[in-house]
Design a protein around this ligand. Sequence first.
Ligand code: IMP
Ligand code: MG
Length: 175
Amino acid sequence: MKENVKILLSEQEVDRRIEEIAGQISRDYAGQEVHLICVLKGAVFFMCELAKRITVPVTMDFMSVSSYGNDTKSSGVVKIVKDLDEPLDGKNVLIVEDIIDSGRTLSYLIEILEKRNPASLRLCTLLDKPERRIAQVTVDYTCFNIPDEFVVGYGLDYAQKYRNLPFIGVVTFSD
Ligand code: IMP
Ligand code: MG
């Protein structure tokens, strides 16, 4: 099977939208600090670009949860592979995610992070596939809603490949 990648959102479109969302976050958290939590590995590129454009003081931490194997379908299994380094007590926590699909990963993450007493807990995602939702999650900041297609690039992978593409592309398969 041959894999092909077709551009869905160009680098300029993505960067322009991240700038807008960062502006909105900076206004919403004016006079406060924001603690960004990157959900590894997919959200790494997005979090860096977002953090660079936020104008209030930012701190960061990283977490890794697994919900997918080397496949394009959710396994429904979510487990913490790497936990945060810092406690969340009293912090304005903003979870930064690459994509929300079924919502299982995020609903689980939110449930465990809420128990760590943050002052506030919000969610920011680069991409959302609303049609695919199984578990209900409130998304505070969404860069793009996309159709139900498997996408790669800007941190997102297919079997660990394509994360370094500077744009968001759709993967298709041919013989
Ligand atoms: P959920 O638990 O079904 O919402 O899955 C969320 C996770 O699945 C994301 O953080 C991604 O790692 C992965 N994922 C879902 N859809 C895609 C896609 O289209 N491309 C790449 N990864 C995806
Ligand atoms: Mg992810």
